[in-house]
Design a binder for this molecule. Sequence first.
Ligand SMILES: *Cc1c(COP(=O)(O)O)cnc(C)c1O
Length: 225
Amino acid sequence: MDVNVEENLAALHKQLNGKTRLIAVSKTKPVKLLMQAYQAGQRDFGENKVQEMVDKYDQMPKDVRWHLIGHLQTNKVKYIAPFVHMIHSVDSEKVLRTIQKEAAKNDRAIPCLLQVHIAEEETKYGLSDEEIRNIASEKIIAAMPNVRIVGLMGMATFTEDQEQIKKEFRHLKSLFDEIKKMGLTGMEMKELSMGMSSDYQIAMQEGSTMVRVGSSIFGERVYPA
Ligand SMILES: *Cc1c(COP(=O)(O)O)cnc(C)c1O
């Protein structure tokens, strides 16, 4: 099936409000398609698997900013620590500690978002509000000088019910504002990563600063059986 990446990106950019950054989610898609997006000016790419991100990092130009958006196993942090631009999917204190260790080895600080569980589905990863409030403490953050927590990420329930989606995004935004107000040293609440192909318009209305859009750019994904 033919997909016009450049046209799709242009259509999306028309709808972005200037405050929201577009992360092109390229998981399962070939480098050839990513290069079409790159040539159209796209620099932020999102992948959900470490190995795939590393392979594409090797093949793509070096000014691409790589965003990890899928669940991250602690034993895989080391492969992306040298180059990853942002990890959106921090879902445990344990993975945060591993990121600290590997970022220190690479003599850098890695920007991270805490993933909040906002959907009704049980299957989606993420921390509860309480767990987020626990991690957002001077004591934990001070012990991680090579981790920069810069915001929150969330995925809404997969549903046609727009009100439900709006409610979940609004909840995430209010948690974001709550943490931001705490004004913790070493924790900069500036990015709110919410919105995908099916719900980015609602997410933008609710205050998203980054949308992670895949199929509306690269076409539907076909997973191997
Ligand atoms: C796949 C994925 C997206 C993009 O999904 P689309 O529906 O293709 O836009 C966004 N966020 C996460 C975490 C994903 O895994």
